[in-house]
Design a protein around this ligand. Structure first.
Ligand SMILES: Cc1ncc(COP(=O)(O)O)c(C=O)c1O
Length: 417
């Protein structure tokens, strides 16, 4: 995307009226990614967009218009989904720990579909649904026996907060088969993120389908009717590096064969969830060089963005360090190797110890490609109180749709509360 945009407009021109630092999101890329993923899934399958990847309202409206459904896991994401125009009945509310007050509000607003991660969570939902005297549906999230191969972050097959272990469900199926006001009508098997090949994706889905078949038999014997299988996703995307979205050639045929061969009839409805695949390649961070110096024999570039704007979780060493591609303005500059830091008063504010950048001087702008997912919204935004980056929404090269600029409001902490 960066190359394409640069050719068309130049890094600075993409910003419209906005100043750096700024995230630029291209709706044309979101539309295209969505259409591509849809066409790679069986026609009958449903597709949820996981708002955690990026809840920007313009992206949500685009995905809603394309037919995606919202998967949310917090009150803030629920509000964002409703504001984007989805009806509460379309929402799937997930997450391994939900406060009573948030569940209560979700039910009051009309949400009727939840993913639950334990017998305790089923009891909690039962109490809230009973208090409102409504019937709700839930997907029982499962922590499978083994992790899937090739995943970025394992969420299953390891000790985790996600899901009920297969062994618990097999040992005490009656505790997981439903409650008076909560109908367990499906299983949720999100195994992990960022799978980069069709083979890894299919292997993961095959594993999930087999686990689901084992559990369906047991739960059915205890009165549950499993009508939905949420197979998660894990559709990978390049992050902060140049690169194209992953081709999904052959996925649809493989999935159709898998479902035909391994899902017992009557077949449940199959749904998937995707975040990064849909929006990752649609976003670019544009940021200015504040200083360039040589320290202890090494070139050091200080940018106006650091782990407060991108890669906060990497800064905390929870995920591998960020080694971003920094795309410069084309001025025939030679490349240089430099340490890339942000402006924060901590040595942890480091994107890369040794990155290739075009030779830069203060005032230059650099672009980090493919950060539409887990960019701004997965960073340490409040740390040290620097201003938020602008968010600029473009729609390809459409002259009828000039860049729209907005800025996320820093979450206000109510000290009185
Ligand atoms: C339950 C669930 N669904 C969907 C996602 C979205 O993942 P991705 O953005 O990799 O598609 C996640 C990510 O953590 C998740 O935990």
């Amino acid at each position: 995307m960066v190359e394409a945009l640069r050719e068309r407009r130049g890094i600075r021109d993409q910003l419209g009226a906005a100043q750096t630092p700024a995230y630029v999101y291209d709706l044309a890329v979101v539309r295209d990614n969505h259409a591509h993923l849809r066409s790679a899934l069986p026609d009958s399958a449903g597709l949820y967009y996981s708002l955690k990847a990026n809840p920007h309202p313009a992206l949500l409206r685009e995905l809603r218009a394309g037919g995606a459904l919202p998967e949310v896991c917090s009150p803030g994401e629920l509000d964002a989904a409703l504001e984007a125009g989805w009806a509460a009945e379309q929402v799937l509310y997930t997450g391994p720990g939900k406060r009573d007050v948030d569940l209560d509000r979700a039910v009051r607003l009309g949400v009727r579909e939840f993913s639950v991660d334990s017998a305790v969570a089923l009891d909690q939902l039962e109490a809230i649904a009973a208090a409102h005297d409504v019937a709700v549906r839930c997907l029982l999230r499962i922590n499978d026996d083994q992790p899937a191969a090739g995943q970025g972050l394992a969420m299953t097959g390891v000790a985790s907060q996600f899901g009920a272990d297969v062994a618990w469900v097999l040992a005490e199926p009656a505790r997981f088969a439903g409650r008076e006001h909560v109908r367990v009508h499906g299983l949720h098997l999100y195994m992990g993120t960022n799978l980069a090949t069709v083979d890894d994706l299919v292997a993961q889905f095959r594993h999930s389908v087999r686990t689901a078949a084992r559990l369906t038999d047991v739960l059915t014997a205890h009165g549950a009717a499993i009508q939905v299988l949420d197979l998660g996703g894990g559709f990978g995307a390049p992050f902060a590096r140049r690169g194209e979205r992953i081709a999904l050639d052959g996925l649809k045929t493989e999935l159709e064969r898998l479902f035909h061969e391994e899902i017992p009839r009557p077949a449940p409805e199959i749904v998937f969830e995707a975040g990064r695949y849909l929006v990752g390649t649609a976003g670019t961070l544009v940021t200015e060089v504040l200083d360039v110096k040589h320290s202890h024999g090494r070139a050091v570039v200080v940018l106006e963005s650091g782990i407060n704007h991108l890669g906060g979780m990497a800064g905390l060493r929870r995920v591998p360090p960020l080694v971003p591609d920094l795309v410069g303005e084309e001025r025939g500059r030679a490349p240089m190797t430099a340490m890339i830091t942000g402006p924060l008063c901590t040595p942890l504010d480091l994107w890369a110890r040794s990155a290739e950048v075009p030779e830069v001087v203060p005032g230059d702008v650099l672009a980090v490609p493919n950060v539409g997912a887990y960019g701004l919204y997965a960073s340490l935004l409040a740390f040290l109180g620097h201003p938020m980056p602008a968010e600029v929404v473009v729609d390809g090269d459409d002259p009828q749709r000039p860049p729209q600029v907005s800025r996320l409001e820093l979450i206000r902490i109510n000290r009185e509360e």
